[in-house]
Write a protein that binds this ligand. Structure first.
Ligand code: AHR
Length: 496
């Protein structure tokens, strides 16, 4: 085993809540993320519940998906909600200009999205079209979704289309990536438009938090301007950050599988920049919002590789390996650390697109390593974040030098302390010693996710190559937990 890590967890400190919606998911009209992946229609030979794949629904229910963001992404700023209501056969066919130039038949629209969220028991995040739409169109969509039954012409139209009662829109996205595909705007102009849209989108029922289009990566000027001009009117600012193995250009990101160790290292190094981005965006937000009323919503995050060989490059399909599981775990640890400001996030994207939970092909479905991380971290949803101090040896490869061990700790809604221990070193096991302040548990049970190869992954032929197994290697004595983390492993422990 390599050098040991020494950890202290202040289990008796009151911390911020890890909002369940930090485990949110993003679904866009993109490739087979919705069509084929979630929605197959009632007449499909693929088993479905009202048009939604039953295998996908069940798998997502099993990880307790708390919130879903829809319809985009870049798609949102070209979407006109009226195209997606009424009899499906009458809905217009359009071209999905952002993603592969394929036909969009609008068979998945507002009712289908809300039906999906309802089946999952998930909160809803709907992004309105600011880039090419009007405040009137956005305002009418909000009214259509949220006006109480029977009250307005739009509420009656909703009922005529099959849904009498108002839905709850928990989050309203005010455009998406307004600095890019959402309209290539300057921050000042985007903020003025945000204020205009925010003013005219009023929910008929329920609390609806308004999330402004925020920065990507280290665009701190964007955050400064948005907070200065719109900070008082919005409830959240979005942050987007995609992890690429090679981040010099978007043309050459690196493959999802068959990569060298140098790209294992660079990917994990890059993804850990999330910590700095959140820290610095939060510091700017603190200037304008010292009470931390406005959340930082990391509503697009995850890995982005070169498209899988032989696939439509506009569909953003990629395999998902143990490396992706590492990325997921590291980011969740970072979100836990920043629970005060990061109250919502959405991994991109839920099914078949980028860092997906599930991959489908016709009637087949497979759970990815990332899915299993979301499963293992379920006790984090709604838990209290506990302060953690980690002194870890470094993992070094070429010009990368990062801590070999990452840790987060929470007190779950079950009252128990849960620990997540991530060893990113692909070559060495590392012992960890965790001193627990304020608790003296009798024992620990846990699960581990690891595999032999760095790019180990699940496919339709071999769906359980990367799957959690019981971890029995933790010892607990006098308020201290010790364990040896195998190379490239994620261990989640529940203390008892
Ligand atoms: O998730 C894919 C795309 O990435 C989204 O549509 C866009 O918002 C981002 O650039």
């Amino acid at each position: 085993a390599g050098e040991g890590a020494v950890v202290t967890v202040e289990a008796d400190q009151p911390g911020a809540q890890v909002h369940p919606d930090v485990f949110g998911q993003f679904m866009e009209h993109l490739g087979t993320g919705i069509y084929g992946g979630v929605w197959v229609g009632e007449d499909s030979p693929i088993p479905n519940d009202g048009g939604y794949r039953t295998d996908v629904l069940q798998a997502l229910k099993d990880i307790n998906v708390p919130m879903v963001r829809w319809p985009g992404g870049c798609f949102a700023d070209e979407y006109h909600w009226r195209d997606g209501i009424g009899p499906r056969e009458d809905r217009p066919v359009k071209i999905n200009t952002n993603w592969g130039g394929v036909n969009e038949d609008n068979s998945f629209g507002t009712h289908e999205f809300m039906g999906f969220a309802q089946r999952l028991g998930a909160r809803t995040y709907v992004s309105v079209n600011l880039g090419s739409g009007t405040p009137a169109e956005a305002s009418q969509w909000v009214e259509y979704m949220t006006a109480p039954a029977g009250t307005t012409a739009l509420a009656r139209e909703r009922a005529a289309n099959g849904h009498e009662d108002a839905w709850t829109v928990d989050y309203l996205g005010i455009g998406n990536e307004l600095w890019g595909c959402g309209g290539n705007m300057r921050a000042e102009y985007a903020a003025d438009l945000t204020n205009r849209f925010v003013t005219f989108t009023k929910p008929g029922t329920g609390e609806m938090l308004k999330i402004a289009s925020g920065p990507s990566d280290s665009n701190y000027e964007w955050t400064e301007t948005m907070m200065k001009i719109s900070g008082k009117l919005i409830d959240g600012l979005a942050l987007h950050f995609y992890t690429r193995p090679r981040d010099a250009t978007w043309e050459d990101k690196g493959p999802a599988l068959g990569f060298p160790e140098s790209e294992w290292a660079s990917t994990l190094d890059h993804t850990m920049e999330m910590d700095e981005f959140i820290t610095r965006h939060s510091a700017i937000m603190d200037k304008y919002d010292p009470e931390q009323r406005v959340m930082l919503a990391v509503d697009e995050w995850g890995t982005w590789y070169d498209p899988a060989p032989g696939t439509n490059p506009g569909f953003l399909q990629q395999q998902n390996s143990l490396r992706d599981a590492m990325v997921a775990a590291l980011n969740i640890n970072i979100f836990t650390k920043h629970a005060e400001r990061v109250k919502m996030a959405a991994i991109a994207q839920m099914v078949n697109v980028l860092q997906a939970m599930l991959l489908t092909d016709g009637p087949r479905m497979v759970k990815t390593p990332t899915y299993h991380v979301f499963d293992m971290y379920e006790p984090w949803q709604g838990a209290t974040a506990l302060p953690v101090d980690v002194a870890a040896p470094m993992y070094e490869k070429d010009d990368v030098s990062i801590p070999a061990v990452s840790v987060s700790a929470v007190r779950g809604t079950d009252g128990q302390v849960h620990l997540a221990l991530v060893n990113v070193d692909p070559n060495n096991a590392h012992p960890v010693t965790i001193a627990l302040d304020g608790v003296n548990p009798a024992g620990a049970t846990g699960r581990i996710l690891t595999a032999r190869a760095m790019d180990a992954h699940n496919d339709f032929e071999n769906p359980e190559v990367v799957t959690p197994t019981a971890f029995t290697g933790a010892r607990v004595s006098r308020g201290t937990v010790t364990a040896t983390l195998p190379a490239k492993s994620i261990v989640v422990l529940q203390l008892r």
